[in-house]
Design a protein around this ligand. Structure first.
Ligand code: PEP
Ligand code: MG
Length: 691
């Protein structure tokens, strides 16, 4: 055995290029060569780049180098020599540039959930699909490993080509990083672990690569040295490349080990649902609109978020410092010391502000003129059940059941669903819960078909999906009927186009009811409602009302489909006008029909969570609202201070307008003069910016 201690002297520590050089030198020898940190005993294999980088050895770190084998002395000498030469760093000038203080950059977006967070970036590369988990039979395990090796070979060829181009076009100094990528790719720590995972977990190669990649990334997020931590982005790149070559697409959901601000181009709701919320402090995304499901989930979870940042993702690196200011709808990358000082103060103040909106009264709210209005909760994830009680909701007005399915292709069995619905029935209390049949497809990214749709919002979504996939729908209906034994549950059919959809869905419910009866399985009947969120349903609402027990107005989709504006597309967010008179007319007509026919109409969607909009809804006759639980106290305190006849006067004027601008102007002027204490200017629609 030959050994020596040394101190890392290079300014950037054992960073990727140095580590790549070390691997190259160490690999020439037979002996095993290890590096051990003297301060924390973490050990690394000198022939594995990942292992070296995991040491996180920044400048000044003391290491014990040990070589064991037939050529141990020359091996040790070669390694010591390399350290002494500071790894033959070729371009010190560029190194200088790399470490120079990064400039503070500000970017404007849309704040969708309040709060100010100071943290570190964790980039999530977007992908079009989740990585799925498949069970591999014993006889196919070898084939799965070969498939993985083929993906590694393909990735290597791609990286070699990229490296060559970078060398030719940018020079050697810029191409070195792809050496590091190549070493990551073929590092035993990655390849051996993935193959082990395939065999041990009998998992498909995509899944194994994701699990191992996430593990490596999570170790990286713990590294204290800023520069070294940034290399997490490189590992992320390599894993993404591998996944892309295995599946044609893919992305990572790191298991987080320290608080992080997730930065992504786009996030599927399922991704947010899968994040370790103990460690996610905020979200910043390029895409997204106010009513996108990403925003809805973020609000439901109380996650500070700024979305619609357009091209922010590409400017970030994992490990960058970031401030997410949802109050101002702004993110600040690499903030200066002065900016941080200012925000540290505000971040504390925002906790105080948040507590004003905390839990308080329960049950319906009564307006100044004695009208009782039910305030229910929208719930997406079982983790939100507790909030229903905490914020005094009249039960659950909308359970978006599709969020139970965390991955495409992964449907829950009837029994698994039964467990969740039963828990919901028991949590919701005497006011009960309304479970929406799976609203799959559309922008939620839960599409289960392999064939991507050209226009998913107008495609095989919601009840259309259920009617085409009866097995899935029947299992869900049975689970709901069985759970209804444990508390008052109602069932609502999403996105019906007309009464035809309702009749077909009701037939399936009736058949499953009869089947449960015949099988002697405990169950209870449920009321059945229709989501009114498509213009054709609004226009034929009277026919639909004859077949259902209640209406549920989905204002998010009603805006999207009435105005033909994609709710998740920030490029058209200027056209997403909740207060467009066409939308208000649709809502008003539907409420009137429900009143005439004598059935309840619950208004859900983001409109019902927003105080100024809520007053108009009540002015149009709404008495049953469902919203993000944390926003209930605010809506409650607003409605308790208004008179519905006054609200009706304002709503009537708005219904006569020609454009959203006209409606918003009426709202600004009327609300300010009628309820100056309830609506400070910031709580009212902003004046349009000219030009
Ligand atoms: C809506 O469309 O308003 C609604 C409540 O449903 P979702 O947002 O899930 O489409
Ligand atoms: Mg909807």
């Amino acid at each position: 055995m030959a050994e020596r201690t040394l101190r890392v002297t290079g300014r950037l520590g054992l960073h990727a290029r140095a580590a790549a050089n070390l691997v190259r030198v160490a690999s020439k020898f037979q002996s095993n060569i290890t590096l051990k940190r003297l301060d924390n005993s973490v050990e690394g294999d000198a022939k594995s780049i990942l292992s070296i980088l995991m040491l996180a050895a920044s400048r000044g770190t003391e290491l014990l180098v040990v070589a064991v084998g037939s050529d141990e002395q020359p091996a040790l000498d070669a390694v010591l020599n390399l350290f002494a030469r500071d790894f033959d760093e070729p371009e010190p000038v560029k190194t200088e540039q790399t470490v120079k203080a990064k400039e503070e950059t500000r970017c404007k977006g849309l704040g969708v959930c309040e709060g100010v967070v100071i943290g570190r970036v964790l980039r999530l590369q977007d992908g079009t699909r989740d990585v799925y988990r498949a069970e591999i039979e014993d006889k196919d395990l070898e084939r799965e490993r070969r498939r993985f090796r083929a993906a590694v070979r393909l990735s290597r060829r791609q990286l070699e080509a990229i490296k060559e181009r970078a060398e030719n076009e940018l020079g050697r100094g810029h191409a070195y990083i792809f050496d590091a990528h190549l070493l990551f790719l073929e590092d035993a720590k990655l390849t051996r672990d993935v193959e082990d995972c395939i065999v041990k977990e009998r998992a498909n190669a995509e899944w194994a690569a994701k699990v191992v990649g996430d593990r490596l990334l999570s170790i990286y997020t713990q590294i204290n040295d800023e520069y070294l931590r940034e290399r997490g982005s490189d590992i992320e790149d390599v894993i993404q490349r591998l996944l892309a070559n295995l599946t044609g697409e893919g992305r990572s959901h790191p298991k987080l080990s320290e608080d992080a601000v997730i930065v992504a181009q786009d996030l599927l709701p399922s991704t947010i649902a899968e994040l370790d919320l103990n460690h996610v402090r905020a979200i910043a995304t390029d895409a997204g609109g106010w009513t996108s499901h990403m925003a809805i989930i973020a609000r439901g979870l109380g996650l500070t978020s700024v979305i619609g940042l357009r091209d922010f993702y590409h400017r970030t690196r994992t490990g960058d410092q970031i401030i997410v200011d949802a109050q101002r709808g702004e993110v600040i990358l690499n903030p200066s010391a002065g900016t941080i000082g200012h925000y540290e103060f505000t971040a504390q103040a925002s906790y105080v502000f948040a507590s004003v909106d905390g839990p308080g009264e329960r049950g319906p709210v009564v307006t100044q003129d004695g009208v009782s209005i039910a305030l229910r909760a929208n719930v997406e994830l079982p983790t939100e059940f507790e909030a229903v009680r905490r914020f005094g909701a009249c039960g659950v007005g909308l359970f978006r059941s599709e969020f139970l399915l965390s991955r495409p292709g992964l449907l829950l069995s009837e029994n698994e669903q039964f467990g969740s619905y039963r828990a919901l029935a028991e949590t919701a209390g005497p006011d009960g819960a309304i479970i929406r049949l799976f609203d799959l497809g559309g922008e939620t990214g839960y599409e289960l078909s392999d064939r991507p749709e050209k226009n998913p919002a107008l495609g095989l979504r919601a009840i259309r999906f259920g009617l085409k996939n009866e097995k899935v729908m029947r299992a869900q209906v049975r689970a709901i009927l069985r759970a209804a034994k444990f508390g008052p549950l109602r069932l609502v059919i999403p996105m019906v186009a007309d009464v035809g959809d309702v009749k077909r869905a009701k037939k399936i419910v009736a058949e499953e009811l009869a089947a449960l009866q015949q099988e002697g399985v405990e169950h209870a009947e449920t009321k059945i409602g229709a989501m009114i969120e498509v213009p054709s349903a609004v226009l034929t609402a009277r026919k639909i009302a004859a077949e259902v027990d209640f209406f549920e107005l989905g204002t998010n989709d009603l805006v999207q489909y009435t105005l033909a504006v994609d709710r998740g597309n920030d490029a058209v967010s200027d056209w997403f006008r909740t207060l467009h008179p066409a939308v208000l007319l649709g809502i008003s007509q539907t409420l009137e029909t429900a009143r005439d026919v004598g059935i309840p109409a619950i208004v859900c969607g983001e409109m019902a969570s927003t105080p100024a909009y809520v007053v108009l809804l009540v002015g149009m006759g709404a008495v049953d609202l469902s919203m993000t639980p944390a926003l209930i106290p605010r809506v409650r305190s607003t409605l308790a201070r208004i008179d519905t006849s006054e609200a009706a006067e304002v709503a009537q004027r708005c219904l006569g307008c020609a454009t959203a601008d006209e409606v918003e102007e009426i709202v600004r002027v009327e609300f300010k003069s009628r309820w100056p204490d309830v609506f400070p200017p910031k709580a009212l629609p902003a004046r349009p910016v000219e030009g």
